[in-house]
Design a binder for this molecule. Structure first.
Ligand code: PGA
Length: 249
């Protein structure tokens, strides 16, 4: 965390929810106060985006969990950034590990999506992260730098991008990266951005951590120098999310 970078907490609801369950989530979200100097962005399933957007307090924003790389056409079941913008949705998560590893999205496709979403005026939460075997083989840096490069090659305006470092082995497993493990990778990513883009981008871009963040571990993780917030999955469906958005307070 740094005073120069606004704290950012995203809630990735994944493929969870029903109107009834969402009403419960909206209740605790709308009863809470967003702390100063903090962005809170909730990402419900695509089909519920308008429902949530219409009911969510104005202090919080909504995000899609994915989008496609062109504006319209014969791409059955896909959603374009233009459509999201039309609904007033400004954020999109791209490159989530489940998109990469369950749906086979490549660095190349993710780069194209990042480019198109930014060109259409959206803001992007771009996700990267190594798998367990890659970490165990000492390949963490190589993997995240490669993913980062594929994203960076497609970014012109870094003020519209948040990088989410989410080690795949920590997502939905209850195995969180230790604060030191997260800090180490975040610091290396920031250094990579300073060297390969420019120092101002390295200094100003928010790098958030994701992977089994909960109400108990969020304070220690959030106190690390280069951890600027979180992308929260499971805990974003529970009142714990309110503790997490207040992790820095
Ligand atoms: P988790 O998911 O918090 O349930 O581990 C994080 C994510 O996938 O963004």
């Amino acid at each position: 965390m740094s005073a120069d970078r606004k704290f950012f907490v995203g809630g990735n609801w994944k493929m969870n929810g029903s109107k009834e369950a969402i009403n419960g989530i909206l209740q605790f979200l709308n009863d809470s106060k967003v702390p100063a100097n903090t962005d809170v962005v909730c990402a419900p399933p695509m089909v519920y985006l308008p429902y949530v957007k219409e009911r969510l307090q104005s202090g919080m924003q909504v995000s899609a969990q994915n989008c496609y790389k062109v504006a319209s056409g014969a791409f059955t079941a896909e959603t374009s950034p233009a459509m999201l913008k039309d609904l007033g949705v400004d954020w999109v998560i791209l490159g989530h590990s489940e998109r990469r590893h369950v749906f086979g999205e490549t660095d190349e496709l993710i780069g194209q999506k990042v480019k198109h979403a930014l060109d259409e005026g959206m803001k992007v939460i771009a996700c990267i992260g190594e798998q367990l075997q890659e970490r165990e083989n000492g390949l963490t840096e190589e993997v995240v730098f490669k993913q980062m490069k594929a994203i960076a090659n497609n970014v012109n305006d870094w003020s519209k991008v948040v990088i989410a470092y989410e080690p795949v082995w920590a997502i939905g497993t209850g195995k969180t990266a230790s604060p030191e493990q997260a800090q180490e990778v975040h610091a290396r990513l920031r250094a990579w951005m300073s060297e390969n883009i420019n120092p101002a981008v390295g200094q100003s871009t928010r790098i958030i951590y994701g992977g089994s963040v909960n109400a108990k571990n969020c304070q220690n993780l959030g106190s690390q120098a280069d951890v600027d917030g979180f992308l929260v999955g499971g805990a974003s469906l529970k009142p714990d999310f309110i503790t997490i958005i207040n992790a820095r307070c």
